[in-house]
Design a protein around this ligand. Structure first.
Ligand SMILES: Cc1cc2nc3c(=O)[nH]c(=O)nc-3n(C[C@H](O)[C@H](O)[C@H](O)COP(=O)(O)OP(=O)(O)OC[C@H]3O[C@@H](n4cnc5c(N)ncnc54)[C@H](O)[C@@H]3O)c2cc1C
Length: 536
């Protein structure tokens, strides 16, 4: 039986971040990953001969700059480049919106003078609240604890620190924050803007990975969640990791290994070993066991607690609540190999707009309909699709003169309402997604020479994303901040001694941020030091 200080379940970007911080602090760390490659949902693979792409996550902004610097990811080979335009929203009939540095206002003004005047104010409001989120990203949220012990003192101090951050907001900004945490994006956008495409620009962020109408309460938070990132110091901007998202996790793996962490692929965890009330290691699918002082899990919390930990080891109320953890973000993900670049009716030919996130979903009403259709039919017959063509910024992904595109398709049901399997509908829905793009860029379908299609079921089977949930659990108010993954466990400590959460199911949630991995490492190190001080 092998012994180590920390065993980390899952080599997604958060497991790797956690490993790198712990190993650099001198702990012996072993990461065990079920797949044959590291990276989890942030991975680049060849999906068609000669064509590589980010298989799941496809664009970068949320990755925290402190983590990039601490782990020296640039020295380990990571290069992030900006898109030449941020977003392009065409309509099939020829109008469009094109945003990005120096171009958003002029493009909005062509659609609506009123909206061009309203845009800077709303952007400033969003940015002020995004700044608050940024201040919370790399710290544990206040955790609810019972009793008056050391934990209560620690959490009182944490609550004071959090209050200090919130006090930087004016009263008016605090009202904005309440709105953004509780209201629907649709309502807030209707109050401020009149043009459909301008509303759809923000509305897309409210529904991406969020199986809900843009008029659902709480969707404004999801919009905000997509606004707290930055690329190379530019706030709110989205960019591309050269070599695809796998370049991020390859660099993280190098950083972790440099400090001595061992990373084992093809090493799925069958069970967390529990002795009395303590997690003491893991049993692998191949029968091997690894003992450790600490076990950190980066997998979806419901997967951890309902499939990897014996039920009798957990308190009944905890098990009942985690059983109700809401998964299922309603997305269908495709990668396509293209013989030529698409040409959009609204803006034909090549240009900076082809480096942008191209949003096919021209109004909030369209997005609302897409959700309701998916609820009853299983998928929206007029879906919302974001097209990203990373090969316009990165020639390492496709043969010369050819291209790869990511299609991130919104509003498919996590499980189908008629009880049939997603396996029976994958190709039909993939055809629909391609036909949808073709409506905006005639000829697109004919240029597709290879494709990879991932239903919610495929995302679950391949990456352990239950219900295909890209965030490891919905970003709803009852699953956020101090309640992620549950009130009383927001401090990255699980209900068993020695067990920690270091994945997207912990604060601040999903996206390629590295933050849960960073924050969990801090807590593990502090517990480790406390143990040795007491013994010492
Ligand atoms: C389709 C899709 C598109 C997305 N687009 C973006 C985007 O463009 N930008 C962005 O910032 N975010 C995006 N996201 C979200 C983001 O990718 C995830 O939230 C994030 O990568 C999760 O990272 P993680 O390390 O917490 O978990 P994961 O990446 O899920 O890693 C968990 C790891 O645990 C492994 N594992 C599971 N079970 C076991 C087991 N029993 N034993 C051992 N290992 C196990 C898995 O194989 C996986 O490698 C997207 C996600 C998806 C799925």
């Amino acid at each position: 039986m092998n012994e180590t200080d920390v065993v980390i379940i899952g080599a997604g970007h958060n497991g790797l971040t956690c490993a790198a911080y712990l190993a650099s602090a001198g702990l012996r760390v072993t990461v065990v990953e079920r797949r044959k490659v590291v990276g989890g949902a942030a991975v680049t693979e060849e999906f068609h001969p000669g064509f590589r792409n980010s298989v799941a996550a496809y664009t970068v902004s949320l990755l925290n700059p402190k983590i990039i610097a601490d782990l020296r990811l640039a020295e380990h080979g990571l290069k992030i480049v900006e898109r030449r335009a941020q977003n392009f929203l065409p309509t099939p009939d020829g109008s469009y919106l094109l945003t990005g540095e120096g171009r958003s206002l002029a493009s909005i003004a062509k659609l609506s003078r009123h909206d061009a005047e309203a845009f800077p104010l709303f952007s400033r409001q969003l940015e002020a609240i995004a700044d608050v989120l940024r201040a919370f990203v790399l710290r544990a949220p206040p955790n609810l604890v019972e009793g008056f012990g050391a934990g209560a003192i620690r959490e009182s101090l944490n609550a004071l620190g959090s209050a200090g951050i919130l006090r930087q907001l004016s009263l008016e900004q605090s009202r904005d924050l309440l709105d953004l945490f509780t209201r629907s994006a649709g309502e807030m956008l209707d109050e401020r803007f009149e043009n459909d495409l301008v509303k759809a620009l923000f509305g897309f962020d409210a529904i991406v990975g969020n199986y809900a109408s843009p008029y659902a309460a709480g969707s404004a938070y999801v919009m905000l969640h997509h606004a707290f990132g930055e690329v190379n110091g530019k706030k709110g901007v989205w960019g591309h990791a050269v070599g695809g998202m796998g370049a991020i996790t390859q660099a993280m793996a190098r950083a972790a290994r440099e400090h001595g962490a061992e990373i084992r692929c093809d090493a799925g965890v069958r069970e967390v070993i529990v002795e009395r009330d303590r997690a003491v290691g893991v049993a692998l699918d191949n029968g091997e066991t690894l003992r450790a002082k600490y076990v950190a899990s980066s997998v979806n919390p419901k997967l951890l607690y309902t499939r990897l930990i014996p039920a009798q080891a957990l308190p009944d109320p905890f098990l009942a609540r985690i059983g109700n953890w809401r998964n299922g973000s309603g997305t269908f993900r495709m990668n396509v190999a293209l013989s030529a670049l698409p040409s959009f009716t609204a803006l034909p030919g090549d240009g900076d707009h082809l480096t942008a996130g191209i949003i096919l979903g021209p109004s909030l009403a369209y997005m609302d309909r897409a959700f309701h259709d998916a609820r009853t039919h299983g998928w929206s017959r007029e879906p919302v699709v974001e097209v990203l063509i990373p090969s316009t910024l990165d020639d390492s992904l496709a043969p010369q003169g050819q291209h790869v595109a990511s299609l991130f398709c919104q509003h498919v049901a996590p499980t189908l309402p008629d009880g049939t399997s997603w396996d029976a509908h994958r190709e039909e829905v993939a055809d629909l997604m391609i036909a949808t793009v073709d409506k905006y860029a005639p000829g697109f379908a004919g240029s597709v020479v290879g494709r990879q299609s991932l239903t919610p079921l495929d995302l679950e089977r391949e990456f352990g994303l239950l219900g295909g949930d890209i965030f490891h659990g919905a970003l709803s108010l009852n699953q956020l901040f101090s309640a992620r993954p549950m009130l009383g466990h927001a401090d990255y400590r699980g209900p068993l001694k020695g067990l920690y959460h270091c994945g997207s199911g912990a604060h601040p949630g999903g996206g390629v941020t590295g933050a849960p991995g960073h924050n969990a490492a801090k807590v593990i190190l502090s517990d480790h030091r406390a143990l040795f001080t007491r013994r010492g």
